[in-house]
Design a protein around this ligand. Structure first.
Ligand code: 6PG
Length: 254
């Protein structure tokens, strides 16, 4: 995992604006490397704020046909349900970006079958569309490589739908899991796994609010995925914690 960088902004709106600006730069950098850009979105209120800020500065000149959108997790409810992370991104303006609908890789919904089948289907979609690392190696099968993977962090230190105390999510050979008893509603979710998160080029954790200050401090002092899932995630090239002042208030700055 790469070293941690911390970026602090005064409040959630300024934080979202700064992340949106950095995201545009990261997308352009990926396109300039001559490949498609694969971006994984987070759900939650930070995901909504980021989408609104991204749409506000969206650039019509970019070749959006080479940009692919994914999600790090999804609430396993019917398509179009207000609880779904993709619906919240739609409501925040996702379609205004110009990304073709075929490049928006929505996680399966409860209309599509059971959650385990949904996890398997999304894993296959990831393997087809993204560049994958270490194909064929038994210990590291077909992990997707996102250019930027964004994650919110819960007050309990969860990321995506990987929650503290859940040893069953410590898998090493699959990229997507079905989560059946999430403490944050709804209880059934789909989530990328720790090994899938770890192959991203850049991982950006975005956290705002005083109620997250303890989780951020714990993430910086722990390295236990069961105690604090956020403590062990990071990208291959960079790991950036985007914090507002309140969320950063218990972090000891050196
Ligand atoms: C979800 C998320 C989840 C979220 C955190 C933070 O589906 O709920 O993906 O991991 O990012 O719970 O959410 P907030 O930004 O709303 O605090």
């Amino acid at each position: 995992m790469s070293d941690r960088t911390i970026e602090i902004r005064p409040d959630k709106n300024e934080l979202a604006a700064a992340v949106a600006e950095a995201l545009e730069q990261a997308v352009d950098a990926a396109l300039q490397r001559g490949r498609n850009a694969h971006i994984a979105l987070t759900g939650g209120s930070m995901g909504e704020a980021l989408m609104k800020a991204w749409v506000a500065r969206a650039d019509d000149e970019r070749d959006w046909t080479r940009v692919h959108i994914w999600w790090g997790d999804e609430r396993f409810v019917p398509a179009g349900d207000d609880d779904r992370n993709d619906k919240q991104a739609d409501d925040a303006g996702l379609k205004k970006l110009g990304v073709p609908a075929n490049n928006v890789h929505r996680m399966p919904s409860s209309d599509d079958g059971d959650a385990a089948a949904g996890a398997e289907a999304y894993a296959q979609e990831l393997a087809v569309f993204t560049d994958v690392t270490a194909v064929g190696l038994p210990e590291k099968p077909q992990m997707p490589t996102f250019d930027v993977l964004m994650l919110g962090v819960g007050p309990d230190g969860h990321v995506a739908s990987l929650f503290p105390g859940h040893r069953d999510q410590l898998v090493d050979r699959v990229t997507v899991v079905a989560v059946q008893d999430a403490p944050k509603p709804p209880p059934t979710r789909l989530s990328l796994t720790f090994p899938a998160l770890a192959e991203a080029r850049e991982v950006w954790l975005m956290v705002a609010g005083e109620d997250k200050a303890d989780a951020v401090a714990t993430a910086f002092s722990s390295s236990d995925p069961v105690e604090c899932p956020a403590s062990v995630v990071g990208g291959q090239v960079s790991t950036t914690w985007w914090l507002d002042t309140a969320a950063a208030s218990k972090v000891e700055q050196s």
